[in-house]
Design a protein around this ligand. Structure first.
Ligand SMILES: [Zn+2]
Length: 97
């Protein structure tokens, strides 16, 4: 239940405009970079091989503003109802927003 609540709390706004905020910390300089994932527009459909279930995928490259300019790559996977099911980051770490 803890995980469910955590994800639910990240989804804000009405069903027509719902988005997810993520925050990552740069491994190199420690800057925290926040970004918004628009669950209506930023997701790409990914069709499963099995039962034709659609899932969604989003990839973002974040670059901090404080001068180190190391790109941080974030990949997220969503289920057919656009609930976040998996997230990975290269070049940084996820932090609590
Ligand atoms: Zn940095």
């Amino acid at each position: 239940m803890g995980i469910f609540r955590k994800f639910a709390s990240l989804v804000t706004g009405s069903p027509k405009d719902y988005s997810l905020w993520i925050a990552v910390k740069c491994d190199r300089c420690g800057e925290i970079i926040r970004t918004r994932v628009d669950l209506n527009n930023d997701l790409s459909a990914e069709y499963g091989e099995g039962e034709g279930e659609t899932a969604y995928y989003s990839r973002k490259v974040l670059i901090g503003k404080e001068g180190c300019y190391v790109p941080i790559e974030v990949e997220m996977k969503f289920d057919a109802r656009r609930n976040l099911v998996e997230k990975q980051v290269k070049g940084g770490k996820f932090v609590e927003d």
